[in-house]
Design a protein around this ligand. Structure first.
Ligand code: ATP
Ligand code: MG
Length: 736
């Protein structure tokens, strides 16, 4: 019993002991909100004697639920597995499996992911003969999802629809619902919506749950949406023992309909609610906390929550400027090397936080190169991401058209209406004819070859695809890698295809990031560029697997890092356009959210915080010279240290202010400060027998030179990677 209350300060103790009636705990990061919830559960079970079966605790992520369970196990081992703990979605799925029947939800329903959802919407639109060009399925899908998270049903659009678009949404929504039902499927939004409907339409079911849940607790309450709050209200209506904890300054999910009004309305919705403020931070050093409070202060309309700590001042915040994203990654990795070798930190103590998933690529490559273990939280590793794998499969196919595994992977990407039956018929035909699948496709447009027994409706998309592949395969022999990639993306309309899915923008960002990689192979004469590229991708992907249990550095987005803490935190990409993200520039509300996101990042750190940026960043296929993030300027110099001696705002505004580090880089790259893209360099004077150095391939000897127009093809025998043929104008060669 003792340990449940002893590890708490008076305010936390008060929050744990306030077990009757509604409670709102508002407090800043690291003040023990999550700890209070965990101890409160233990207290309810072990001191008040509540049956764990009658307690519900909602967490924001599955990972948070697992962590809470682990901690709870130490405090109240008997409770394990008996209380209801998890995300809203997980809890709702469980309720529907048990009790969905009265609402017509069968116990064996399937849950549709984004992709399934998207294709069903397209199908519904086709049935309604709606033009997907005029009404992009992705925006219809978003509208439906928004509607569901605000408890809006199709009927609303027919009664109150304000525009033709809304009417269209209503019609698709209605049919989409019908089809979901026929497929015995629910989408993600349905999980919540259906439970609310179930409770509204079947009060007897609700009554059972209300009776059961004596206590309901919600962590990260500032990021709940209206449906989620509605649900919490319903469940706790009988006993009114509802305890929510949150921090409005950490609200970062408005793009998923999270609604801060839930926090602001809590007291009015729950008369007599106790409000408890926690002010002591246990997580971070004084310096980190001060940096955090300076970052969040400029946001308007906030009710500042005071936050102090007894922790030591700690080290100053390291503000580090690097040349580009590769040097940024290299800096991070070598710093980690020092932290783990000379200081007491282990890789598991360290996290790297970034704004967008695409930023992980340069970092991942550095980790792999240095053989340092890393763990990518939830997001999929770059080269394992579906869209990246799809395009790599295409490229593999273009290099080797006989690769039928790759062909089968991409034959319906983007959707071409080639059914499984058609595909297997074609496969059988190819086997009978003793030709490859690729050949059988290409032959379709050749009148002099035998045709497979496939109805002409099915034959058309196959023929078209065969023609497309044939021309791309020819391109692969002649075009430098980046041009080939662009031709491919254009040929298959990939951008349009991706944008039709919910996370299209992010997935397209990954493709643009793949372009950045392809750029590095431009200098290699086709078709060798393609094979060198594919070889290196294969190697990177191969090293991907990581044993569980190994202490590894965490790579994680700012959004996913919410609620977590690490002794050492690197925030990378501290640049205008990255954090804050350029997408938010025009929208003041979004800009406030970007600032909160930065605040969440800074407050994940316990002992050390590094704020790292690149002077020049190639991200998603674009190379930009970025200004330092405005948030850096908000942190007083008295608590920072770094390579930068001048005030940040004066950096890089004039060529004379460029730091020596960058100047040196620019010179070695043959660039001047004024231009963001490299000017056409003068060709290096070379002849056979010269020794040269290449930044990627190392040292080698020129074996021959073949002059073409204003350029030259150079054959070089590299000591470590063998013979390569490079375009001199692109090759970053130094004569030794
Ligand atoms: P966030 O807003 O980031 O989710 P939080 O308010 O939920 O933060 P916790 O994660 O619960 O904060 O706590 C932060 C850290 O401080 C944890 O390591 C926790 O164990 C520790 N902590 C909290 N309260 C105390 C206490 N009274 N004594 C010692 N350590 C504490
Ligand atoms: Mg927390």
């Amino acid at each position: 019993m003792q340990d449940i209350l002893t590890g708490l300060n008076p305010a936390q103790k008060q929050a744990v002991e306030a077990v009757e009636g509604p409670v709102l705990i508002l407090a800043g990061p690291g003040s023990g909100k999550t700890r209070v919830i965990t101890h409160r559960i233990a207290y309810l079970i072990k001191v008040v004697g509540i049956n764990p079966h009658r307690i519900m605790a909602v967490t924001f992520t599955n990972k948070a639920a697992r962590e809470m369970e682990t901690r709870l196990n130490l405090l109240a081992p008997s409770a394990a597995g008996r209380l209801t703990m998890g995300t809203f979605h997980a809890i709702c799925a469980r309720i529907l499996r048990q009790d969905g029947l009265p609402l017509g939800v069968p116990a064996d329903f399937v849950i549709y992911d984004d992709d399934d959802q998207q294709s069903l919407i397209k199908q519904a639109m086709a049935e309604l003969e709606l033009d997907p060009k005029r009404y992009p399925p992705a925006s219809i899908r978003n509208a439906i999802s928004q509607a569901k998270s605000q408890l809006v049903l199709p009927a609303y659009y027919f009664e109150k629809g304000r525009s033709y678009f809304e009417e269209v949404v209503g019609r698709v929504y209605e049919l989409y619902e019908k089809r979901l039902k026929q497929n015995k499927a629910l989408d993600f939004d349905d999980l919540l919506l259906k439970v609310v409907q179930l409770f509204k339409q079947h009060p007897e079911v609700l009554a059972r749950y209300q009776e059961r849940y004596l206590h309901v607790m919600v962590d990260e309450f500032q990021d709940t949406n209206l449906v989620q709050y509605e649900l919490v209200k319903m469940l706790s209506a009988k006993y009114k023992n509802i305890c929510v904890v949150g921090d409005p300054d950490q609200s970062i999910y408005s793009w998923r309909s999270a609604d801060l009004r839930n926090v602001f309305n809590f007291e009015t919705d729950n008369p007599g609610a106790k409000v408890i403020l926690l002010e002591q931070n246990y997580r971070s050093t004084k310096n980190i906390l001060e940096a955090a409070s300076c970052v969040i202060a400029p946001n308007s309309g906030r009710k500042p929550i005071s936050l102090w700590t007894e922790n030591e001042s700690g080290q100053p915040i390291a503000v580090v400027e690097t040349f580009n994203e590769q040097e940024e990654a290299q800096f991070v990795v070598s710093e980690i090397e020092k932290l783990t070798r000379y200081e007491k930190f282990s890789p598991g103590d360290i996290a790297i936080l970034y704004r967008t998933n695409a930023q992980s690529r340069a970092l991942e490559e550095a980790f792999i190169r240095y053989g340092m273990p890393y763990r990518l939280v939830s997001g999929t590793r770059f080269y394992q991401r579906r869209e990246v794998k799809d395009i790599v499969a295409y490229l593999r196919l273009l290099q080797n058209p006989q690769d039928s595994v790759s062909l089968q992977r991409v034959i319906n990407i983007p959707t071409r209406g080639i059914g499984a039956k058609t595909l297997s018929d074609l496969g059988q035909f190819a086997r009978e004819q003793d030709i490859s699948l690729y050949e059988s496709l290409v032959n379709l447009s050749d009148e002099n070859t035998p045709k497979p027994p496939i109805p002409s409706r099915g034959l058309k998309p196959l023929t078209d695809f065969g023609l497309l592949l044939k021309s791309l395969v020819a391109d692969a022999r002649n075009l430098p890698l980046l041009n080939l990639l662009d031709r491919l993306l254009e040929g298959i309309n990939y951008r349009e295809f991706l944008f039709a899915s919910e996370d299209g923008e992010e997935r397209w960002d990954n493709i643009l990031e793949l372009r950045t990689v392809a750029q590095q192979y431009q200098e290699i004469v086709p078709p060798e560029g393609l094979s060198v590229f594919l070889e290196s991708v294969a190697l990177v992907s191969d090293l991907d697997s990581l044993e569980e249990g190994v202490s590894a550095v965490t790579l994680i987005t700012l959004h996913q890092a919410k609620g977590l803490e690490y002794p050492v935190v690197f925030m990378v990409g501290m640049e205008e356009g990255v954090l804050p993200h350029s997408r938010s520039f025009d929208d003041p509300a979004q800009m406030q959210e970007e600032r909160r996101l930065c605040y969440v990042g800074v407050t994940r750190a316990r002992k050390r915080l590094y704020l790292v940026r690149a002077f020049r960043r190639s991200l998603m296929g674009q190379s930009n010279v970025n200004e330092p993030s405005r948030y850096l300027k908000d942190i007083p110099q008295s608590i920072t240290k770094g390579r930068e001696k001048q005030p940040l705002s004066e950096q890089h505004t004039a060529a004379s202010a460029v730091s020596p580090v960058i100047k040196q880089h620019l010179q070695s790259a043959g660039m001047s400060i004024k231009s963001a893209s490299p000017p056409a360099p003068k060709l290096l004077e070379l002849e056979a027998g010269d020794r040269v150095l290449h930044p990627q391939f190392g040292e080698g000897i020129v074996t021959s030179i073949n002059r073409v127009k204003n350029d030259a093809e150079v054959m070089i025998s590299f000591h470590s990677v063998g013979m390569k043929r490079l375009m001199l104008s692109f090759a970053r060669l130094t004569k030794l």
